[in-house]
Design a protein around this ligand. Structure first.
Ligand code: NAD
Length: 306
């Protein structure tokens, strides 16, 4: 069955995702504020609309892939997307946003007579281009059942995590593990350097021992042991540090809101915020190893008695 999908936000993620829906035979009405993004999507068969409202008006499903929660809520409400859609339209938001914003988006969509699902992704631009994303979905069973075949076109795994906001919750929890573990792996390499241990030796032990994790074996923060990791190409992303800083910021907000004193998650959010504002602005998130190494080389060696 051909579904007409309004796809709003045709950026680095949304552009290739929309193209996969077209390639699978669906009709995609696309809109982005940036003319270049619209033109790139049109080259892949997306029918570009003059506005988000115009795209939504003719669609069975409205999919958004926008920078932040405020963009999603403004578009849904102030910019009239919910009002423009036919009653009973399914709104799927794939952006990474705050859990509270995701729940507010669900409520607004439901109050306007529509159905809603939050479905953020993991896998980055490479996953969007290769249709190998993981979708983490939050919402009711009927909404998930309707959305799953479409999401499966753009990804390799679609997980129903629970009710409204559960997809966003899974996303920030997962990325909090990732941010903390990248810092842990980087600290271990810097400690190993100071103890005269080679990167390869530490990798060969930790990758097959209890230190094993994705940050080590796939996105290794030092060049050499994992040839495909961004460290081997001057830390070009990959998963850009500002995106990790954004996700950890969402996790830190949720930790504070929940009164959870998660020392490592909050510290990781601080470290990535500082890194993303400075040297890491255009780097892969594994570049944080440089910050740790710089700190190590400027720290006083051993205890002083003065
Ligand atoms: P992007 O900046 O490349 O794309 C966002 C697009 O939204 C832009 O083209 C922008 O013009 C458009 N936009 C903003 N407001 C709009 C509006 N009102 N109407 C129409 N278009 C509008 O960002 P991206 O990398 O594609 O990321 C999108 C989302 O996916 C973010 O929430 C991000 O956190 C998440 N994400 C990104 C990655 C990644 O590796 N890039 C990985 C996982 C999740």
């Amino acid at each position: 069955m051909v579904t007409t999908v309004a796809f709003i936000g045709l950026g680095r993620m949304g552009g290739p995702m929309a193209a996969h829906l077209v390639a699978a035979g669906h009709r995609v009405l696309g809109f982005d504020l940036v003319p270049e993004a619209r033109a790139a999507a049109a080259a892949h068969g997306v029918e570009t609309a003059d506005s988000a409202r115009a795209a939504a008006a003719g669609a069975d499903v409205v999919l958004t892939m926008l920078p932040e929660g405020r963009h999603v809520l403004a578009l849904y409400q102030d910019e009239g997307l919910l009002a423009a859609a036919r009653p009973g339209t399914l709104f799927i938001d794939c952006s990474t946003i705050d859990v509270a914003d995701a729940r507010a988006a669900h409520e607004a969509a439901t109050a306007a007579g529509h159905h809603a699902l939050d479905a953020p992704v993991s896998g980055g631009v490479v996953g969007a281009e290769a249709a190998t994303l993981t979708f983490m979905a939050g919402g009711g069973d009927p909404e998930f059942t309707e959305a799953e075949p479409l999401l499966a076109i753009m990804g390799k795994r679609v997980v129903h995590c629970g009710g409204p906001g559960a997809g966003q919750a899974a996303k920030i929890c997962n990325n909090m593990i990732l941010g903390i573990s990248m810092i842990a792996v980087s600290e271990a390499f810097v400690l190993g350097e100071s103890l005269g241990l080679s990167h390869q030796a530490l990798y060969e032990v930790a990758s097959t021992a209890s230190g094993q994790c994705w940050a080590l074996t796939t996105n290794c923060p030092v060049p050499g042991p994992v040839p495909a990791s961004p460290a081997n190409r001057d830390y070009r992303p990959g998963f850009a540090a500002p995106l990790m800083a954004k996700d950890l910021g969402l996790a830190a907000d949720a930790l504070r809101a929940g009164g959870i004193d998660a020392g490592l998650g909050l510290r990781a959010a601080e470290m990535y915020a500082a890194f993303a504002e400075g040297a890491g602005a255009a780097q892969d998130f594994s570049g944080i190893v440089h910050v740790l190494r710089d700190t190590a080389t400027t720290a006083p060696k051993g205890r002083t008695t003065t």
